[in-house]
Design a protein around this ligand. Structure first.
Ligand SMILES: [Zn+2]
Ligand SMILES: [Zn+2]
Ligand SMILES: [Zn+2]
Length: 93
């Protein structure tokens, strides 16, 4: 099995199919209006001034249909991906 970074058809964690979901935070807008004023006086009050950090401004993201993942699935994924691993006693070459 291979887990390429560009393969988003299946969940890299559990292998289930991925579904395109509209972002829960920006509701598919890709961002929202935040001009820093309590009382907004902007001409265009819907203008997106802040990119959503959940979807990176796309408004959508791929989500596993088999959520939530179990701790065992997450641990196995982290092991495969080599991320979030506690450094061993030997430093990398
Ligand atoms: Zn999954
Ligand atoms: Zn978003
Ligand atoms: Zn405003």
């Amino acid at each position: 099995m291979s887990y390429g970074d560009d393969d988003y058809d299946y969940c890299p964690i559990c292998g289930s199919a991925l579904e395109l979901e509209s972002c829960w935070q920006c509701h598919g807008e890709g961002g929202w209006h935040d001009c820093g004023e309590d009382c907004c006086c902007c001409l265009v009050k819907d203008e997106i001034t802040v990119d959503c950090d959940v979807c990176d401004g796309d408004g959508y993201y791929l989500q596993c249909m088999a959520l939530p993942h179990t701790d065992a699935q997450m641990a196995a994924y982290r092991e495969r991906a080599g991320t979030d691993v506690v450094p061993g006693p030997e430093p990398a070459p």
